[in-house]
Design a protein around this ligand. Structure first.
Ligand SMILES: Cc1cc2nc3c(=O)[nH]c(=O)nc-3n(C[C@H](O)[C@H](O)[C@H](O)COP(=O)(O)OP(=O)(O)OC[C@H]3O[C@@H](n4cnc5c(N)ncnc54)[C@H](O)[C@@H]3O)c2cc1C
Length: 664
């Protein structure tokens, strides 16, 4: 029935003030107010409809995305939305589009790497969308290994131009979003060559298409790379391929904030420090971590609401069956993901602070914390995106068969999210960078150089190598200092163990390659420690609202005890815990699941997602799942006719046995 809240009973069970939790989740009352207003604006506008997205052909889908993106822009201008409101609007439209790369990569690249004059020339055009840009770095042959890129930008002093060229097939640009069909311009990464000398990879602004009729400019071959994983999903994006045949651009289109080429063709570093580009990287990764919490919270919201609606087995005397959310196995799979969504939210919030801190330090020419900030953001990007991709898939399984239907929203969410494990740095490659930083930190212990920021715990290495847990009863696992020491000791010991093993190799690079799987595990232990510590730090703050802090304490406990249980091998092998203490952690975890249970629906309501944004029949706010699933089935194009296409051509001859050579 319409208008009935089938989850009202669940909502009454909540032991905390949901409205206050909404503020915690949003980050502030102001952000909640903006998000609430803009998400409803999008949800109420039929132009942003997305329930048919998985059924559209690629061409229809793509045209529809262009329409939506341009319409969104029109609304932003008409309504005089602020930058914050505009970015919220794009977020709630919830459809990957060329605009993501334009605003998320092209504009920041010019801001970060362009000189003042370049910014003055290009940014006004980009802000008004009179040009549309993308970020063309990856090639067919190289992605992770940026130094292996093959596109060349050779300076021609006679004409004061760069000649951009794709010398091989593998040098074709491959993957940039927005490139295939839409972008008029790109920031292209190419090897800079002056006077026969290769100066490595640099960024150049290159016009790709005519601003009159959108055709590719002479010497440019450009197109879409083809259909990607899943229905709808990232197929709304025109990831592109691009080749240059000696394309000439003026010298002033090299992004010259950090290094420059003079009129005479001399290559020189400007007085702006190279490290500045890392600031942008910290910013981009921070947004990826926040996006991870959004994607995971969406999946968890769907799976939690549906788990409260769905009943299987357990009927007593003809009464209702058991809600599947009451099964301990369901709770042990779902609640850690709910806790992770909150954990990633808070670590994302902390990364925002880190970005501000890094920016201020860079402005003051203080580069001391950069390597640590760089390693930490790389690790957190890797950890949160991998856990989110796996978590979305787990949520799909938690919804049983119906989770496999596109109308559950989960298949598309998985397909659209999973490349986050690859773009902006392959997750394994990033963990190896973290491991390299950890090995360096360990090697410097005792030299008087104090580890800072998220590796500060290494400064207490002697203690961390010797201590052991004094947990004696399950509730001891609720004490933050017990937990912190456990995670610190595990991370420190795994790093030190890797460092010791590395020292056995005469050639350190050979050792690093040989031990890389162990090194990645040490990096994961370090990154998990960061997330746990930021969740615990969050709880030290004043958090208003009845029962809100208590719920967050429970979720924090679920998060770290789940990790501890899942990775208990690490804690046992490094001898910080004994098997009894590990078992007590699991006992406490079970007890916490019971505390989460009555609050589960309210905890996902606190995300404040509209049904439009969730895009899931299983995750509907009112829990009215079955009639809506039934209705949706009839909307499938296959059900437009009762007799399918192909009946007369194939099925009827089969059924009537008129096949020419049936041998059976
Ligand atoms: C949806 C999507 C959108 C994208 N958008 C853009 C864009 O807008 N612009 C752009 O320029 N690019 C874009 N990319 C490209 C993306 O940045 C690269 O795919 C990414 O950097 C990974 O590089 P790769 O594809 O070369 O992977 P590879 O590096 O070839 O990885 C293949 C495997 O090798 C492993 N591996 C690689 N190096 C090492 C190592 N040193 N040690 C151990 N293992 C290793 C990896 O872990 C992985 O398992 C996009 C990609 C996707 C999927």
């Amino acid at each position: 029935m319409e208008g009935v809240d089938y989850l009202a009973g669940e909502r009454k069970k909540a032991e905390f003030d949901v409205e206050s939790m909404k503020i915690v989740w949003a980050g502030s009352r102001h952000v909640l107010e903006v998000s609430d207003r803009i998400s409803k604006l999008v949800a109420d506008d039929p132009a942003f409809r997305k329930d048919d997205r998985t059924m559209l052909s690629r061409k229809e889908l793509f045209k529809n995305t262009i329409r939506k993106a341009v319409y969104a822009w029109k609304r932003i201008v008409e309504l005089h939305l602020s930058e914050e409101e505009a970015s919220r609007l794009r977020f709630y439209v919830d459809e990957p589009a060329f605009t993501d790369l334009h605003w998320g990569m092209f504009v920041p690249a010019i801001k970060g790497q362009g000189t003042d004059e370049q910014q003055q020339k290009w940014l006004p055009l980009a802000y008004k969308m009179q040009i549309i840009g993308c970020y063309a770095q990856t090639e067919l042959g190289h992605g992770s290994n940026v130094q292996g890129l093959e596109t060349t930008a050779t300076f021609d002093p006679r004409t004061d131009e760069f000649v951009i060229n794709s010398p091989t097939l593998t040098s074709s640009k491959w993957w940039p979003g927005g490139l295939g069909k839409v972008s008029t311009h790109a920031v292209v990464y190419a090897r800079l060559i002056t006077d026969g000398k290769d100066h490595g990879v640099h960024g150049f602004i290159v016009q790709l298409r005519s601003l009159e009729d959108h055709t590719p400019l002479p010497g440019i071959t450009v197109g879409d790379i083809g259909m990607k994983f899943g229905n709808g999903a990232y197929n709304t994006m025109d990831n592109g391929l691009l080749r240059f045949d000696h394309v000439r651009i003026p010298r002033n289109q090299m992004l010259m904030r950090v290094s420059q080429v003079t009129r005479e063709g001399k290559y020189k570093q400007s007085d702006v420090p190279r490290q500045l580009v890392y600031g942008t990287m910290v910013y981009v990764r921070q947004t990826i971590v926040v996006d991870a919490s959004s994607a995971l919270s969406k999946a968890v919201c769907i799976a939690t609401r549906y788990s409260a609606v769905r009943r299987q087995f357990g009927s007593q005397n003809g009464g209702p069956e058991t809600q599947v959310i009451d099964y301990k196995t369901q709770q042990s799979r779902l609640f850690p993901l709910l806790a992770s969504a909150y954990a990633f939210r808070f670590v994302g919030e902390w990364l925002k602070w880190l970005y501000t801190d890094v920016t201020q330090r860079l402005q003051a020419n203080d580069f001391s914390t950069l390597p640590e900030a760089h390693a930490c953001t790389a690790g957190l990007k890797s950890l949160t995106t991998s856990a989110t991709a796996d978590g979305i898939e787990e949520c799909r399984k938690l919804c049983g068969g119906h989770g496999y239907l596109c109308s559950s929203g989960l298949p598309e969410l998985f397909a659209v999210y999973v490349p986050a494990c690859t773009y902006e740095g392959d997750n394994t490659v990033l963990l190896l960078q973290v491991a390299r930083f950890l090995m360096k930190t360990v090697s410097q212990l005792g030299t008087g150089k104090q580890p800072v920021g998220t590796v500060a715990y290494m400064g207490r290495i002697e203690h961390l190598m010797q201590c052991s847990s004094n947990v004696q009863k399950a509730e001891d696992w609720l004490k933050p200092n017990q937990v912190m020491e456990a995670f610190e000791a595990r991370a420190a010991r795994m790093s030190v163990s890797c460092a010791r093993n590395l020292s056995k190799y005469a050639n350190p690079e050979e050792g690093f390659a040989e031990l890389s799987a162990d090194l990645v595990e040490a990096a994961v232990a370090h990154c998990q420690l960061i997330v746990v510590s930021k969740f615990i730090d969050k709880l030290q703050q004043d958090i208003p609202g009845e029962g809100v802090k208590r719920q967050l304490e429970v979720l924090c406990g679920v998060y770290y005890l789940y990790l501890l249980h899942k990775h208990q091998g690490d804690f046992l092998a490094t001898r910080y815990l004994n098997p009894k203490q590990a078992a007590l952690a699991n006992d406490q975890l079970r007890a916490l699941y019971t505390q989460v249970r009555p609050n589960a629906i309210a905890l996902v309501d606190a995300f404040n997602y509209t049904d439009h944004f969730l895009g899931s029949i299983l995750g509907r706010y009112d829990g009215n799942v079955y009639p809506k699933l039934y209705e949706a089935a009839w909307k499938d194009p296959l059900n437009e006719t009762v007799v399918p296409d192909g009946y007369h051509e194939y099925l009827r001859p089969l059924l009537k046995q008129q096949l020419p050579s049936a041998r059976l």
